[in-house]
Design a protein. Sequence first.
Length: 312
Amino acid sequence: MEVILLGIYGFFVWLIFYKFKWLPMNFTAAVITITLPIVAMMALFLLLNIAAPATDDVRAMNYVIPIVPRITGQVTEVPIQPNRPIKKGDVLFKIDPIPFEAAVKAAEATLRGLQDQLKNATAKKAALTPRIDLAKKRVEQFTALAATGAGKRADLEQAQSDLGNLESEFLAADATEAQAGAQILKAEADLRDKKFDLEGCVHVAPQRARSQPCPATRRARDPVRDNARDELHPGGRSVAAGILPAKRTALRRTRRRSGNLYEGVSGPHHHAKVDSILWATAQGQLPISGNLRTRSCGTRNRMQCDSSQMEG
């Protein structure tokens, strides 16, 4: 841009002083002609540095979603491919469901046993109810006979003993019924938990993303990990972070438009909006906590070797 502006300025200077000779070229005109573009370019750079700061240190980042299963098991299938776009609902990996199916069957069997126990207790209570009513009538009859002296005292005591035994059995059956009901509720919760674990054997992508599977071993009781990150597409959540000096204060306001240019990508500018400003400690300085800043960086080395070295 600076070269274009200087070229346009030089063209007009050539037209005014040399082509049409509207003004004479003397020492004063030469000083003004040379000083004017220098001052104008300095003012332009200052305004651009304040109003539209630019930086070459821009890093594209994406939100990474670590997908860790809640269960442990043996991986049986990983149908996705690394660094390939996936859709929401695509299967990421599968875990061997055999132990979880066995756990579901065991929970179902426990639930059926408790339900049978509840039915037996309920049936026992239903069978004891008429016997208790009959025993109460006999106690009343023997009490009346004993009061008139027509009945034996031993028969009254036997009837009272039978009534007490029946009532004890009824109370025991009632307690068994209540206990079985509570155990059934717990067994149903356990069954739902086992089914939930069984459904967790198949993990699907929570959203459209680009997957990067981590290596997993085929050993039981080992947790399986798979990382999925958003795909770089217009509808994704891609972030471009630029590092600017603190003097460039124009970007202190968010929601301002910005333009991005990428080497190797032809086409127009990629427009974006400033989401937030993060004040960071400059490289080479110590943060307030006093801890040294550690940072890992990658390098690319280009090696050359002749045919003799390759053969050796």
